[in-house]
Every structure is written in structure tokens, then in C-alpha cells.
Design a protein around this ligand. Sequence first.
Ligand code: DSN
Length: 458
Amino acid sequence: MKNDPVFDLINQENERQREGLELIPSENYVSTGVLRAMGSVLTNKYSEGYPSFRGITTDDFWDEDKISEEKLTNFRYYGGQVNVDRIERLAISRAMRLFHADHANVQPHSGANANEAVYFAWCEPGDKILAMNLAHGGHLTHGSPVTRSAKIYNFIAYGTTPEGDIDYDELERLALSEKPKIILVGYSAFMKVPDFDRVAKIGKKIGALLMADMAHVAGLIAGGVHPNPLDHGFQVMTTTTHKTLRGPRGGLILSKGNVASPLKKPEKTLENIPILIDRAVFPGTQGGPLEHVIAAKAVAFGEALQPEFQTYAKNIVKNAKALADGLMSRGFILQGGGTENHLVLVNVKKSFGVSGKMFEKALDLVGLTLNANALPEDKAAAFRPSGVRLGTPAITTRGMGVKEMDKIAEWMKQVVDICVKIGEEEKLEDKKYQPEFDKIHTEVKKLALKFPLPTERK
Ligand code: DSN
């Protein structure tokens, strides 16, 4: 189709990303390599099943030349897999190396699919799963009643303390009384570093599967600035690949255990978790894998294995702390009093009497993108959130540092002051306030354009 408007809209989105500052903590800017792999002819290929690597020793696993022809026999349902198998094996071996795992399944289309496959691998309908309360920073796929998993399994929630840490005493009490099949540590709005050892000790007492959904901090784990749950007694880690990990939009499951592939159905033991997970992803919950996305995952994992990625991860955390300090020094009250990772949760209501949604919309007007977020005390949670959530993975990718974080905090204070003056969300579009927003927007744009996206760099 000639002049298809889709391409115009993609160009406009590219401009929006260039000219604004992306502060949503779950977003990032990918490299040209990741983008190239995603937009490749691999999208034409069907490849249900898996490339075979069973029984290959760890050392051989890294080096494809050492894999014998016989072991290259695949478990696929279509022909023409010669290149796809090699690409998927590269993605698997790089993911295993990054996260110290015995096995990686790189096929989940998203983090939600990854989580659902783990539940399906280990639980029977009605089994109990203990996970963090959504209103306390957990995630929709960890038991929100609106999800399919919550209709199949019986989720029980632990919360956080007023200081913003996991309520480990409550977690332990619930684990011992309810005896869940899975204990899940994972979140999308939590600023502390979890004590994985403590949770592992509790899980071992009751024989539960220890699962960590590290979607938000996977890049920090890969960069060595956040502990890896698989090094602390957890058997399974799920993640998305597009947040701090800076890859394509998708999911990943890492696990510890036996990777040999028995031809008959494996017994449901913790040792067999990697095999149970493979069967739960395909054919259990998904069909054909997205090999173009898997290739882009392989590229991103390759990038994350480079020493520069460790510097990137360190800078994400350094910038988040600077942003938190800049906000607190201007009167913003932060949940948990600051941050130990990449994200900050601001109680805008308590700080300035402004709702999270109004602040989100006002910041959109000046090119600062973040999201309104419910806080534990919010009763009508998702609809009238009191907070906003923001983070530093994307702006750190652009090369920004501590000085720019202070500038962003200053703009946020100027915007909240305008919101206080306006009073009501409905009046945000009122023409009389536009010049004040426009002035800040011009400054934001000027700064953004000084820091090109990775895809613009030579
Ligand atoms: N939607 C993601 C986030 O923003 O945290 C979680 O899936």
C-alpha cells in the first residue's frame, strides 16, 4: 500500500521518543542491533519446539563448534530450522551465562506468559501461590483477580511494611500456615533489594518452589549491581527482556535443575523444573516462537555480557538515587524514603495535594513521561492513584547523569506548582496555563536533543 500512514505514525513516535524524556521505569531504548534483528526475515519462520542441546556439558554449551551433529538434532515440528536453531541456542547460552542458570527458555512472548508457564509447570488447579499484594507494589500477573491465573490458582498475598520493605514476618507466617506450592518474590513498584536468602530459608521449610519475577531489575542483576535470586536458593527466575535488560519486548524463564530430556513425561520434582517449564511454554501455553524476537534477545544478552553494561547498571542506580534526592530536597515525599534500585515512587497527594493522574497528565504536557501509580494506602487503587512511578533506565541509556537528574527534579517541582495553582485535572488543558507548560517543554526538548537515542548514534 502506497503512503501507508502506519509509517508516518512510526516516524512521529520516533520523534516523540527523541524529543521527550522517558521516565517510565519499565521502558528503555534498544540498540540498532536489537532493532535490526527484530525487523528481520526471521519473522517468516515457523519453529514450534526447541533446538536440542540436551545432555551437552556446560562447557560445550557455550561453544557451538563443540556440539556434535548428532546433538544438533532438533525437537521441532517444521523443517528449515538450520539457522533458527543456532540463533535460539545462542540466546539460550547467553541468557544462562548472564544469570548463572542451568537452563533458559527464551520463547515466552511476554513476562505475563512467562509467569503463567511457571504456574502451569508446577501447580494443579486450586493450588496455593504466595505473592506480593498488587497494591503494595506487586504485579497483575501475581494474583490479581482479573487475571486468568487467579481463576485457576489460589493466590495469597503478603504485603510491605510502612518503611516499604517486604513484610518478611507476614510472608513467613502465611507460608507456614498456608503451605503454598510457590513462593513468589517479584514486583513492579518496589524500591528495596529483597532478602532472597531469608525467603529461600522459609520456602525450604515447606518444600515450595522459589520463584522470582525480576522483570524490573533483570538488567541490574545482569550488570552485577543487584543480587541474583538463582545464587540465593531460588529455582526459577522470570523476567521481561525490555526493561533494564534493554532488549526487545518479550519474556524469559531461567531455572536451576536437570536439563536432560527424558522422552517420557518428567516426574513433577523440583529437580525437573527446567524440563517441566519447557513443556509448559510449548505446547502448554504457547504456539510458534517469535524467532525474530528471540534473535533480538540474543543480541541484547550479548550486549549485556559486555563490561560496558556493568557501568550502565551502576549508573542507573546512581541516577535513581540522585533523582530521589533532588525530589526529596524539593518537598516530594517518596515511598520507602528513597530507592535502592532504578525506580522512585512519589506520594504526590501527600506531598502537594495533587493526584497522581493529574501530575502524570501535566508532565506529559512538558515531555516528561511517567505513570500514575497506586500506593498501599489508596482505597480505590487503580482509578485514583495518589502516586507516580518513575525511573532511570531509559535516560541513563541516553547518557544522562546526576546533573540532568537534578534538572528533571526541578522541572517536576515547577510542574507540580502549576498543578497546585490549577487545582483540578479537568482544567489542565485551559489555554491560560499553556505558556507556563510550553516554557518548561522547550527546555526539556533542548536537553533531550543533546542526548541522542542509541539508534541515532554513529
Ligand atoms: N507493565 C510493567 C510495568 O510497567 O511495570 C509490568 O508488567
